[in-house]
Design a protein around this ligand. Sequence first.
Ligand code: FES
Length: 272
Amino acid sequence: ATGTEPPSLGTGVRGAGRAAIAARHLRTDRWWLAPAATAAGLFLFVVYSTWRAFADSHYYAAPYVSPFYSPCLADNCLTMRQGPNWELFGTWWGISPALLILVFPLGFRMTCYYYRKAYYRSFWASPPACAVAEPHAAYSGETRFPLILQNLHRYFFYAALLVAGILTYDAVLSFRDEDYAWGHMGLGSVIFVVNVALIWAYTLSCHSCRHVVGGRLRHFSKHPVRYRLWGWAGRLNHRHMQLAWASLISVAAADFYVYLLASGAFADPRFF
Ligand code: FES
């Protein structure tokens, strides 16, 4: 090869020009463990979030609104005065409010560079692990529909900034009591603050964020502020996978906590 040939698409690992190795892989370690664990974790989250999104109930326990249902855009948020931000958004639609809002965080995570790697490996085995051949005969990467839509990630990042801002607003509102008097703090306030911190850390560790703040510059020396921001985004980006999981778990935990309160399982422990 001279290095000047056009990229060969649709050939797969058995295609011309690839090493002729009959075995599917030569690895001797338990390479399947990581994709199997990833598949199990993502599957659990999908089952849980689907149940909660369609439940259309138990998403508000004053002063907490579930992050799955915030901002509460649907009609029943107004008529049932569900959630602290119903008065901001008014009535829109009669279906589960979560279905209106989850498309944005879901789109952000579905197109995320880390999650792409995770589900390409764990659900599509494309490839299942480093140096393990995939079962598919052809490979076109993300050059065709529908995977070319992964390029929308940049726009989902902008939407995710808005969502993180709204969850921050909810976390601030959680420092009230059931009668909306300020200056109170319960276990829910702690859970909400931890969740929103992890959501921000995950959002700002996004590869698109790193490019937004530091990309397309010819000279970092002429843009010291952006250079500094780029450095911070890079440090967070280094932990992107960990933050993806931590924030996924925390957002489900915050929702489940609201569910437990709203369904009457116990009362929110109050610190003051
Ligand atoms: Fe993962 Fe942007 S790359 S959120």
